[in-house]
Design a binder for this molecule. Structure first.
Ligand code: NAD
Ligand code: SER
Length: 315
């Protein structure tokens, strides 16, 4: 079997930083090339500067490293996107087209493109949202993910390009900071708790959202990408679920370990985005097709987050 060579686009982000290291463990450090807009530090394998909007530069890197797969993680997320919708649309769509086109032209074996719970809007079922439902998102980010999912499906059906995707919920991890999403509070809150500071939450206490702990998110991604193509019935993007909680519940979970921790609530424009997303997701297609099963619940995640962040902050 030929060794895969994997190009990661947006490798410096919240998910990219962790996923790149996991891919290097699985495929060997030299076989995973990390790329981002800015130089990446502390890399255990090759890295390059790449603006994914530059299709020629992307094509050159694919040639240079004889890449066989691309993991496309570069995107403008929900909250940042609402501040500049045209820019978010341009970055999210043009970078995806560059990845899909170079993958088609150079006949790459697989492409990974994450979608999001942001594809759902107020018309979708607010709980246990099914795999196939009405997709009318409220954000430009969500619109770009719905369009992206359909283009992924189109490239698969029209050109046979093996594009795979999951709709991540809000991702929480200690290794990296989030990059401008509506679920970012659920990472920030742990950093404040560990430093003994009170936290002001930008969502109301009773706002439930689907969330997933980083180790589960990475495992899901690798599991999907390793699954036999014949098992995959969804070529837009798989629903993926881990846990559901609201800011009040994550606060209570942290207070079991840090009893003095205090949170106040000052909802901003992100409240309307969160209110347009479902509270929970039906991920039975992912479970059936490629054996998905999350391992972490809220309290298990809290214990693990606090353990690692206490090490990071030396407290
Ligand atoms: P992030 O914002 O933390 O990281 C994105 C990275 O892409 C950044 O390092 C940024 O520098 C880079 N980037 C931006 N524009 C670029 C360009 N033109 N060329 C090259 N790189 C560029 O995002 P993330 O949280 O790591 O998300 C990764 C993917 O997962 C995105 O597609 C996102 O939509 C999706 N996703 C994330 C979450 C989450 O909770 N983190 C949830 C659902 C979906
Ligand atoms: N966590 C992401 C966001 O809030 C969901 O895609 O934008």
């Amino acid at each position: 079997m030929n060794q895969d060579k994997i190009l990661v686009v947006g490798a410096g982000g919240q998910i990219g930083a962790v996923l790149t290291e996991a891919l290097r463990e699985a495929h060997g450090p030299d076989n995973v090339i990390a790329t981002d807009l800015r130089p990446l530090e502390n890399q255990s394998g090759p890295s390059e500067i790449l603006d994914a909007l530059d299709g020629n530069a992307l094509a050159e890197l694919v040639k240079k490293y004889r890449a066989t797969q691309i993991y496309h993680l570069a995107a403008i997320l929900s909250a940042t996107g609402e501040k500049n919708p045209m820019w978010a649309w341009d970055v999210n769509m043009r970078s995806l087209f560059n990845v899909l086109e170079v993958s088609r032209e150079q006949q790459l074996s697989k492409v990974y493109f994450p979608s999001s719970i942001a594809v759902f809007g107020l018309q979708a079922a607010p709980a246990m949202t099914p795999q196939y439902t009405v997709l009318i998102p409220e954000t430009v980010y969500g619109i770009s993910k719905v369009a992206g999912e359909n283009w992924a499906n189109y490239y698969y059906r029209r050109y046979g390009l093996d594009v795979r995707s999951v709709r991540y919920p809000g991702i929480i991890g200690y290794q990296s900071m989030p990059g401008g999403g509506t679920t970012d509070y659920a990472v920030d809150i742990y950093h404040y708790a560990v430093q003994g500071k009170p936290y002001e939450c930008f969502l109301r206490a009773d706002t439930p959202l689907p969330m997933l702990y980083m180790p589960d998110a990475i495992r899901a991604t690798l599991q999907l990408m390793e699954a036999p193509a014949a098992n995959l019935s969804v070529r837009t993007s798989y629903n993926l679920a881990g846990m559901t909680f609201n800011p009040g519940e994550i606060t209570a979970s942290i207070q079991k370990e840090v009893p003095d921790f205090r949170v106040s609530y000052k909802p901003d424009f992100r409240q309307a985005i969160a209110d347009s997303w479902p509270a929970s997701i039906d991920d039975s297609a992912a479970r059936k097709d490629w054996g998905w099963k999350p391992e972490f619940d809220l309290d298990a995640m809290t214990r693990d987050m606090l353990l690692h962040l206490r090490e990071q902050y030396s407290v």
